[in-house]
Structure formats: structure tokens, C-alpha cells
Write a protein that binds this ligand. Structure first.
Ligand code: PEP
Ligand code: CO
Length: 456
């Protein structure tokens, strides 16, 4: 009997074989000639990342899958063209760096840092249309496709926005790389590790203690060893985004003739969103043939049998580091839904990296119409995820968070005690509510406290 894996791998894969399948969440471009011109141009542009960086990330994710590293993946729900600014980019890096420092120190593990940036411009939408005061318009689908304003013009999909998305991804990545190479994260310069944002006193002290003890350790190492500590002044960030807009992804898909492989070189680590992760989807078909490490968002709708099929299709050869499963089940349902998913993977004898997205299963809409998420629900889903994995002889190896380095008020709770009534003060997201920098750092502390409790 043929397995599902065999059946699908017999079908020939090409960067455009997804075009024969059901591609949901795609815009309808009014001008197909313009679309073709844009795609042709994108296909001739240089890639944004290199295959050797992608391979390096896959090796690190493989180590995270065996408990030797921890994955921290975070950033905006959606990047905005008008937020490609040095302060916003640097602040986002800063909070991710600070969180990773806390995690490295508290977990005693190296952290793989992956940003939801330099390409996170396309958004899946539950509703194709948005209504306001009796008017219906096509939904905003992210800056790579259309504009968020509520005017018919704004919502027309425009292919040239793909060129802008590509260019701004390159600009963002260049700035991230320059900061990473240029000593931004050098622990010898503690001013870079300073908390620029308002922080609750207890957290500030806890954070400062960690920075001080790391600095002590570095000074000690330098005193006893004549060699400077290797890579301490450089820091690696990898990029990720949801591979949603398939024509764009296809145009940035490049062969590595030497190794007979094909990479998506618009990002290191593309993922399949919950709405497009189903058997027979064009998105699954596209991702199947890539050499990149990839992730699947696993939501409450995914039955264990469907997960099994997807794993067979997407990682038939069980390549270490290839597959990350990001569960986003919601605090109410994780206890019933996660165990059968874990058991399915175990029965298949597969090693995947399990990560937890405690954001997308915990979104609420307030009577004001604002979307929010409660810090306590986010934290509970994360803690339950650690516990459920541990009690099923599995391990949670990473987290996936929507956060920003800005002092926004989009999620309630946390040490700052934000309440529903505070949300209007600095609510900036056009899509999902993000943790602000203080809440992000608090989440990192919560993770290490949780792990300590589990070990004691
Ligand atoms: C997202 O990560 O922004 C997202 C839309 O997630 P999901 O596919 O899990 O709903
Ligand atoms: Co989101």
C-alpha cells in the first residue's frame, strides 16, 4: 500500500506547481499584465537571504528540537510600509535581544532569534469583506496587497506594492544586519541593554541583576583568558514571515543547482498560516518542495489525522530541523487538543520542533470593536503548553509572539496592569494586538520562572 507521502512525492514539484491547486487568501489583481511585469522584475532581483544562512538556521532549529537550544520568534502581526523606520526597527530588535538575554540566562541554553520581520507584509483574513456604516469593501490584506484606509481605492490590490514590500524587506534586513554586526548587542556596552521603556520596578531589578551577572561572567572570562570572547559582539537574527502571497514567494524562489535544491530566499523561515494549512492547499504544495526550514501553524480546527497527513507531505524524509509545529490552540482548548497532536507525532516516530503561539487562540473583540488579548490568558496558554509537553514525554522548544518595541496599549494585563479602558491610549495595530516591550520582557521572565518551577 502506498503511503500519503509516497503519493504526493511522486507528483513533480516545481516552484509554480501550487498553481494547479486551491489557492485561498489570494487577491484578484485587476491588471494581469501589470502583475506579470512585477513578478518578472521580482524574479530578476537578487535574493534577500542566502541558502547557507537558511541551512545554518535549519541546523539550529534541529538543535532546538532536541532541547539544546530555545527558539524565540517574535515581531509584528503585520509590518507596515510607513513603519520601516530606524527607531521602530531598533526598538523591536532591542526587546527581542533583551528577551533572549533573559532566556539564555534563565534556561542556560543558547537562543535562536527569529524575527517576524523583513517580509511580514501579507495578512490572511477571516472575512473577504469589511463592513462599516452599511458600506462593504474588500478587506485589507496587508501592505503588500492593498491599503488599510476605508475607501474603495485603498482596497484595490496593486501589484507594484510587491516591489515596495521587497525593497523595504531589504532595507529592514540591511539595518538589522548592520546593527547586529556593529556592536548593537555588545555586552561590553551595557547602555545598549538599557531599558528605554517604562518598566515596573520588580521587573527592572530582575532584569538588571541578570545583566550585571552576565557582565561579571564576561569580565571574569576575559581576566582568565587572553583571547577575547569570540562572537560576543555580534548577534544573529533570522527572518520569518507567513508565506501567504504565493506569486511573490514564487518569484523569490531560487534554485541551488550545486545541491539540486530549491530555496525561498525572501526569508529564512517561512510558515504556513492556520487558514491555509490543509491537505490539498496550494500553500502546502508550494512549501513542500523548498529546502528551507518551515513551520505550520496548528489551530483548533486541525485534526490529528490532518496533522499526520501534512507532516508526511511536508517532511517525508524526516530532515532534522525541517519542521516546526507552532500550536495556537487558545487557553480554553489547549488541554484537550494538544495531547492528541503530540501523541500523533510520537506514533509517527517523527522529531519536530514544538513551539507555542499563545497569541492567536486568545484574541477577543471588545464591545468597542477593538481586538485585544489578555496577558493572563497568553501566559496561561504558554505555561500549559510547557506542562502538557512535559507530561507527555515531549518538550516545548520555542515560543512565537506578536510584539513590538513600542509602548503600545493593545493587550491588557501584565505588570503595568493595562485595562480595557486604557487600550485607546496607544492602540496602533491595524490587525492583531501585540505585546508592548514591557509585556514582552515580562513574558520572557515568566518563561524562565515556569521552567525553574518545573525543575524544582
Ligand atoms: C499570524 O501569525 O499573524 C496569523 C494570522 O496566525 P494564524 O495563521 O495562526 O491565525
Ligand atoms: Co497576527
Amino acid at each position: 500500500m502506498k503511503s500519503e507521502a509516497n503519493t504526493s512525492s511522486i507528483r513533480e514539484w516545481t516552484p509554480d506547481s501550487w498553481r494547479n491547486l486551491q489557492a485561498t487568501q489570494q487577491p484578484e489583481y485587476p491588471d494581469s499584465g501589470e502583475l506579470e511585469r512585477v513578478l518578472q522584475q521580482l524574479a530578476e532581483f537578487p535574493p534577500l537571504v542566502t541558502s547557507w544562512e537558511v541551512d545554518r538556521l535549519r541546523t539550529r532549529l534541529a538543535e532546538a528540537a532536541t532541547g539544546k537550544r530555545f527558539l524565540l520568534q517574535g515581531g509584528d502581526c503585520a509590518e507596515r510600509f510607513d513603519e520601516c523606520r530606524p527607531d521602530i526597527i531598533a526598538n523591536r530588535l532591542k526587546v527581542l535581544l533583551q528577551m533572549s538575554l533573559v532566556l539564555i540566562y534563565g534556561l542556560r541554553l543558547p537562543v535562536v532569534r527569529v524575527g517576524r520581520f523583513a517580509g511580514q507584509y501579507a495578512k490572511p483574513r477571516s472575512e473577504a469583506l469589511e463592513s462599516k456604516n452599511g458600506t462593504k469593501l474588500p478587506s485589507y490584506r496587508g501592505d503588500i496587497i492593498n491599503r488599510p484606509g476605508f475607501d474603495p481605492e485603498d482596497r484595490i490590490p496593486d501589484p507594484s506594492r510587491m516591489i515596495t514590500a521587497y525593497s523595504l524587506s531589504g532595507v529592514t534586513l540591511n539595518h538589522v544586519r548592520a546593527l547586529g554586526e556593529g556592536g548593537f548587542a555588545d555586552l561590553h556596552h551595557p547602555e545598549n541593554w538599557d531599558l528605554g521603556f517604562v518598566l515596573h520596578d520588580d521587573l527592572r531589578q530582575e532584569y538588571q541583576d541578570i545583566v550585571d551577572s552576565i557582565l561579571d561572567a564576561i569580565r571574569f572570562m576575559e581576566a582568565v583568558s587572553p583571547n577575547p570572547i569570540g562572537d560576543m559582539d555580534r548577534v544573529a537574527f533570522f527572518t520569518s514571515h507567513e508565506a501567504l502571497l504565493l506569486p511573490y514567494e514564487e518569484a523569490l524562489t531560487r534554485p541551488d543547482a550545486l545541491h539540486d535544491r530549491t530555496y525561498n530566499l525572501s526569508t529564512h523561515f517561512p510558515w504556513i498560516g492556520a487558514r491555509t494549512a490543509f491537505e490539498g492547499s496550494a500553500h502546502v504544495e508550494y512549501m513542500r518542495g523548498l529546502a528551507n526550514p518551515i513551520a505550520i501553524k496548528v489551530g483548533p480546527e486541525m485534526a490529528p489525522s490532518e496533522l499526520k497527513t501534512l507532516i508526511n507531505v511536508l517532511d517525508p524524509d524526516s530532515i532534522p530541523g525541517r519542521l516546526t509545529l507552532i500550536t495556537r490552540l487558545g487557553v480554553e482548548r489547549i488541554e484537550s487538543l494538544l495531547p492528541p497532536l503530540i501523541q500523533t507525532v510520537q506514533r509517527m516516530g517523527k522529531r519536530v520542533l514544538w513551539s507555542c503561539d499563545p497569541m492567536h487562540g486568545n484574541t477577543e473583540v471588545l464591545s468597542s470593536g477593538l481586538k485585544t488579548r489578555r496577558f493572563e490568558n497568553i501566559l496561561s496558554e504558554m505555561e500549559l503548553s510547557f506542562d502538557i509537553h512535559a507530561s507527555h514525554d515531549s518538550a516545548l522548544g520555542g515560543v512565537h509572539l506578536e510584539l513590538t518595541g513600542e509602548n503600545v496599549t493593545e493587550c491588557t494585563g501584565g505588570a503595568g496592569g493595562l485595562q480595557d479602558k486604557d487600550l485607546g491610549r496607544a492602540y496602533r495595530s491595524q490587525v492583531d494586538p501585540r505585546l508592548n516591550s514591557e509585556q514582552g520582557l515580562e513574558m520572557a521572565f515568566s518563561i524562565i520562572r515556569k521552567k525553574r518551577r518545573m525543575l524544582s
